[in-house]
Design a protein around this ligand. Structure first.
Ligand SMILES: NC(=O)c1ccc[n+]([C@@H]2O[C@H](COP(=O)([O-])OP(=O)(O)OC[C@H]3O[C@@H](n4cnc5c(N)ncnc54)[C@H](O)[C@@H]3O)[C@@H](O)[C@H]2O)c1
Ligand SMILES: O=C(O)[C@H](O)COP(=O)(O)O
Length: 418
């Protein structure tokens, strides 16, 4: 089987994967288009940001597994993969600490205007008076939108800074919030109204796209700090820029709607003065009463520690798939079965017995949802458990029992766990 790594992956993981019984091809510079040309004949695919499209999957006749070496999997057409029976897995939480570290870095950088202070020193200035004007963080409230892996890491660090933490998340109940030691918010606007600092750690979905707009910015107090190291499309960019001008919003970003891929240039007016008509010169820096935007070029997850953790998890997923047939962190296998009954069949472990049983079920119109088969020591007998939607009739069971190799047949009703 062939394993294609279509993005940069920590060298230690590439080395470990090469020790597995699989041919490893490392092509870190593949793009959406070139992946389409290289995917034929591949059994396992590893990607980070390289998109995996339905068109590529059309050509992936031998593909079994796609591993996204990162937190999310929006860059993969999971529906198209599911239609072809291809497993998709990710590496949840493995880069959370790195993202939280950058969030804290952006927070302090914004509050103290660190970037401008350094730029000023680089220009041979000593503007101690100007850069001594800062608000401080102690005792303020940080609102965390999305209390998943990253959100929790941010909460942990924020508490160490003497901040009160408030949280809003899909499954965060008041009781859960109390357990985590955070103030519960019932909506994003409620969170903003409770916070001096708002940081986003939500995934991008149909429900979260542009979830942060005018109303959320209006609910924040003047001169609030807003951090987005999650996804740019969570935010109405025009509303954010307007809040910088009208409410003195101070912003720290790691993600952008128009991030360049495969280019080293990024011409943007985001980091200069936001007031319409204001002159953007190389020496412009915001005053202590003005809103502004700081940014990093999508580097939140990019520490060596985090890349190694993600790569190690990638190896674990692939090793488990290859050696145990089990896919950890799989995201596209249904977790709710529609099966209502389990047919338990003990039989002699002989060629054709199982096929005979299946052909009887087929003749009686019984759809098998799941199958497990255990072979007993010595290899003489096996026990198959077939989960089915409808109860097989007595006649169907008698036909199965009639095979000489079938030792015992039973039907049990599955518990309804819903
Ligand atoms: N800048 C980077 O390099 C970088 C790195 C890692 C992750 N990220 C981004 O950060 C996001 C968070 O990462 P994570 O690892 O914490 O993910 P996660 O899945 O662990 O957490 C996401 C949280 O959002 C909540 N959520 C989902 N939909 C919601 C909704 N409609 N309303 C309210 N809450 C909702 C979930 O319940 C969960 O608690 C990722 O989705 C990714 O977009 C960015
Ligand atoms: O989703 C993620 O894990 C981050 O955005 C990091 O993406 P990257 O692996 O492409 O750096």
């Amino acid at each position: 089987m062939r394993l294609l790594i279509a993005d940069k992956l920590h060298p230690r993981a590439v080395e470990e994967l090469s020790a597995l019984p699989i041919e490893v091809i490392y092509e870190p510079d593949l793009t959406k288009e070139s992946l389409e040309e290289r995917i034929a004949g591949v059994g396992v695919l590893v990607v980070r940001s390289t998109p995996v499209t339905a068109a590529a999957l059309e050509k992936a006749k031998t593909l079994h597994l796609i591993v996204r070496a990162g937190a999310e999997y929006q860059t993969i057409d999971v529906r198209a993969a599911s239609r072809r029976g291809i497993y998709v897995a990710n590496c949840p939480g493995k880069n959370a600490a790195a993202v939280a570290e950058l969030v804290m870095g952006l927070l302090i950088a914004v509050d103290r205007r660190v970037v401008d202070a350094v730029t000023s020193l680089r220009n041979g200035q000593w503007r101690r008076g100007e850069y001594s004007k800062a608000e401080g963080l102690l005792g303020k409230t940080i609102g965390i939108a999305g209390m998943g892996a990253v959100g929790r890491e941010v909460a942990h660090r924020a508490k160490a800074f003497g901040l009160t933490v408030a949280g809003f998340s899909r499954s965060l109940t008041p009781m859960k919030a109390a357990e985590l030691g955070v103030v519960h918010a019932h909506s994003l606007e409620d969170l903003a109204s409770k916070s001096h600092i708002l940081t986003l750690h939500l995934p991008i979905t149909e429900r979260t796209r542009h979830i942060v707009g005018k109303r959320v910015f209006a609910a924040l107090p003047p001169r609030a700090i807003f951090i987005n190291a999650a996804r740019a499309d969570l935010v109405d960019q025009a509303a954010m820029r307007e809040a910088v001008v009208t409410r003195g919003l101070r912003v720290g970003l790691d993600v952008y709607p128009d991030e360049p891929r495969d280019k080293l240039e990024y011409a943007s007016d985001l980091f200069g003065p936001q007031t319409p008509g204001a002159e953007a010169s190389g020496t412009w820096s915001p005053s202590d009463s003005e809103g502004f935007i700081y940014g990093t070029p999508h580097i939140a997850a990019a520490t060596d520690q985090s890349q190694l953790a993600v790569a190690t998890e990638t190896v674990r997923v692939i090793r488990s798939f290859l050696l145990e047939g089990h896919v950890p962190n799989v995201v596209n296998v249904t977790t709710t079965s529609i099966a209502n009954f389990q047919v338990v069949i003990r039989m002699q472990d002989k060629i054709g017995t199982f096929a005979n049983v299946l052909s009887v079920l087929k003749r009686h119109g019984i759809n098998v949802e799941e199958v497990t088969n255990s072979v007993f020591e010595g290899g003489g007998a096996s026990c198959a458990k077939l989960r089915v939607v409808s109860r097989p009739s007595e006649m169907c069971l008698q036909e199965i029992r009639a095979f000489d190799e079938v030792l015992h047949v039973d039907v049990v009703t599955l518990p309804n766990l819903a």
